[in-house]
Design a protein around this ligand. Structure first.
Ligand SMILES: C[S@@+](CC[C@H](N)C(=O)[O-])C[C@H]1O[C@@H](n2cnc3c(N)ncnc32)[C@H](O)[C@@H]1O
Length: 396
């Protein structure tokens, strides 16, 4: 056992210290804590530790009794302002490391750090409803989740009551302008219908038993269809603010052709379509492209089209593009796509990233031909270590 003082948090929200000069990562600690730890894993370059006891513990927020068990919210113990500083510093540090200069972060886009998640999936085992414990399939039973929307938490008590007599395996609840419940298991339809009267749409084992089957979210005056399995950003408030910034940026530019790469259900492309002549979205998941086409119809938009394919397979077809918007998964952009973006040579690129590490890797390549004009940080996932970054690039 070793006694150490935590010096800072790493990019995954773990405390960092040193034992005999070797770096050690310790989950569930904060900067300033003095702890007794045991070494759980010994790697060549670092150690992973576990707290045995606290000798000195800095002040914590304590807004969730389950956070140490479910492992969903890595930095929930920090005051919200400190969380935002942590995220800004993470992005700044990566810029310093990769480009050797301090990037001025113009703004951090944020909203509430509680009751923001519009979609939550609960698992059930041995009549207990909750989340999987980190790295296991044991259930952490919960009464409420502080990051879930209030409407989602309001359903938990009834579901737990239903579980006393019946059983089900998992339930996804979405709250976007209406409430949708997608439940899997052996529970009679009439029980759900009579107990869950406030729910707009209920799917039981992929069969629609109540409502139209879908709910609608409104973002910046456009409507988007949400079905049980479709992808939709989980923090409507923050994603609206991000998309509003992107739209404002484009508004007065008189762009002709815009590509919306990794477009999902077409939200960004649809939101910018009013300000440009033509938008083309590319997305690999066919269900998302189907939803994107329905969203296009729903909003009566004529100047957008969607291609269902991998971005890397199709980019070489394009030229005379004014702006490329990319919102890739955590893995970021592949080299072939980056080369093709450089060949297309749009006037500007907006890069929306959910992983600053891959973002910086890609920016290093894009910066051959582009200046980094603006960097914004957005807190799409408060209380977790995840950070969303929006970068505006202009052709040199
Ligand atoms: C972060 S999401 C962006 C969603 C969308 N911009 C939105 O706000 O709804 C990334 C999307 O990229 C898609 N995707 C992942 N790899 C892809 C690829 N190689 N080519 C095209 N789409 C891809 C995923 O299916 C997902 O919809």
């Amino acid at each position: 056992m070793y006694q150490i003082k935590i010096e800072k948090l790493d990019h995954f929200g773990r405390g960092v210290s040193r034992i005999d000069g070797k770096i050690i990562f310790v989950p569930n600690t904060l900067k300033g804590d003095i702890v007794n730890v045991k070494v759980k894993k010994e790697k060549n370059k670092f150690l992973e530790g576990e707290v045995i006891s606290f000798i000195e513990k800095v002040k914590r927020c304590n807004i969730c009794p389950y956070s140490k068990l479910c492992g969903g919210c890595h930095i929930i113990d920090l005051e919200y302002n400190e969380q935002l500083d942590y995220k800004v510093n993470k992005v700044k540090e990566l810029f310093r490391k990769n480009f050797g200069f301090e990037v001025p972060i113009k703004e951090i886009i944020s909203d509430s750090n509680t009751n923001y998640r519009n979609k939550v999936k609960f698992h059930v085992k041995d009549k207990k409803l909750g989340f999987y414990k980190e790295e296991s399939h044991d259930i952490v039973e919960i009464d409420k989740c502080v990051i879930a929307k209030k409407e989602i938490n309001d359903v938990i008590e009834v579901l737990k009551d239903i579980l006393k007599k019946h059983s089900f395996l998992e339930v996804t609840i979405r709250s976007n302008g209406g409430i949708l419940l997608d439940i899997e298991g052996n529970v009679p339809e009439d029980v759900l219908l009579s107990r869950l009267t406030n729910i707009d749409v209920i799917w039981l084992n992929n069969k629609l038993i109540k409502g139209e089957g879908i709910i609608y979210e409104e973002i910046l005056g456009k409507r988007f269809k949400i079905s049980p399995k479709s992808f939709f950003q989980v923090n409507t408030e923050v994603c609206s603010k991000i998309f509003e910034k992107a739209r404002d940026y484009i508004k007065n530019k008189n762009y002709s052709k815009v590509l919306d790469l990794y477009c999902g259900t077409g939200v960004i492309g649809i939101l910018v379509s009013d300000f440009v002549n033509e938008v083309i979205g590319i997305e690999v998941v066919s269900d998302a492209v189907k939803d994107a086409n329905e969203n296009k119809k729903l909003n009566k938009i004529k100047n957008i089209s969607f291609i269902c394919d991998k971005v890397e397979n199709r980019l070489s077809e394009f030229k005379n593009v004014d702006l490329i918007i990319v919102d890739p998964p955590r893995s970021g952009l592949d080299k072939k796509s980056i080369n093709n973006i450089l060949k297309i040579n749009p006037k500007e690129i907006i890069y929306i990233s959910c992983d600053p590490n891959t973002l910086l890797r890609d920016l290093k390549l894009l910066s051959e031909n582009y200046n980094i004009d603006d960097v914004l940080v957005a807190d799409m996932f408060p209380n977790t270590y995840h950070v969303e970054t929006i970068v505006y690039l202009a052709s040199k």
